[in-house]
Write a protein that binds this ligand. Structure first.
Ligand code: IPD
Length: 264
């Protein structure tokens, strides 16, 4: 498999940044943790990872801008290209010693998401995709699941954290989904949820109130694995609305209809 220079840059940055992350995970109890708000933790590990990612990506593409979970928007000289970065997606898991977290890096070009890397360092699972070139887990090509029936499908979702909006609407959505699908999982990392849809491990995923850095890379993964990802209206305003529904071509529309019915 010949990988593009762009993906090599993104994957190299993720691997480098993961070193400190894995070290810090090993001594989680010693981390200096500060609270940004209820259930929204920022750790020194998070900041270290973001710094390394920024350095590595900047070294390779000096003019590109950034949108980062901690650092926010950093304009570049090149207004067409922007990295969208989550240094640790699954921060709550990380801080609780639950090994489901990842580094997520996407590239947006002219407003379109064109490449994504989601790296789960503990399992050494490197999910990567570039527009038109397919999605992969390490060297293996990915394909979304082929399940056709909602009642056979397993979905991932995100439950709004304490102190965030959206508890009531989420409970309505959950109520409808529970009656229609085989099972629902809350893994705690939206980027990995999307990577799991791309890998066919989950048949679908939905969440509201999600940030661009949580989903940007995963969106590319699902699309390149043959799946569909939209906002709740079936449109492409995912990063603006923070609403996301992903699934294969049999399940995506039925999932959208279920969400609509939850709010009718
Ligand atoms: C969170 C995770 C979680 C999702 C939350 C996100 P963070 O990201 O992706 O699965 O349900 O909405 O905020 O805070 O760990 O980067």
């Amino acid at each position: 498999m010949v990988r593009s220079a762009l993906l090599n840059v993104m994957m190299g940055a993720a691997r480098k940044a993961a070193r400190s992350l894995v070290r810090d995970y090993g001594e989680i109890e010693n981390l200096q943790v500060s609270r940004k708000g209820p259930s929204d933790f920022v750790s020194s590990a998070d900041l270290k990872v973001e710094k390394t990612l920024r350095q590595e990506l900047k070294k390779a593409r000096p003019a590109y801008g950034f949108l980062m979970e901690e650092g926010g928007e950093i304009a570049g000289d090149d207004k067409s290209n922007r990295w969208i970065v989550d240094p640790i997606d699954g921060t709550t898991n990380f801080l609780h010693g639950i090994p489901n977290f990842c580094i997520s890096i996407a590239l947006e070009r002219e407003g379109e998401l064109i490449a994504g890397v989601v790296y789960q360092p503990l399992g050494d699972e490197m999910f990567h995709a570039e527009k038109g070139a397919g999605a992969f887990l390490n060297e293996r090509r990915l394909r979304v699941s082929a399940r056709r029936k909602l009642e056979d499908s397993v979905l991932a979702t995100g439950i709004p954290f304490h102190g965030r909006d959206g508890h009531e609407p989420f409970l309505r959505e959950l109520g409808v989904m529970m009656k229609n699908v085989a099972g629902i999982r809350r893994f705690g990392s939206a980027a990995l949820d999307l990577a799991y849809v791309a890998a066919g491990r989950c048949d679908g995923y939905w969440e509201a109130g999600i940030k661009p850095w949580d989903i940007a890379a995963g969106i590319v993964l699902v699309r390149e694995a043959g799946g569909y990802v939209t906002d709740y209206e079936g449109g492409n305003k995912l990063l603006e609305t923070g609403e996301i529904v992903a699934g294969n071509d049999h399940l995506h529309q039925p999932l959208l209809r279920l969400i609509k019915s939850a709010h009718a």
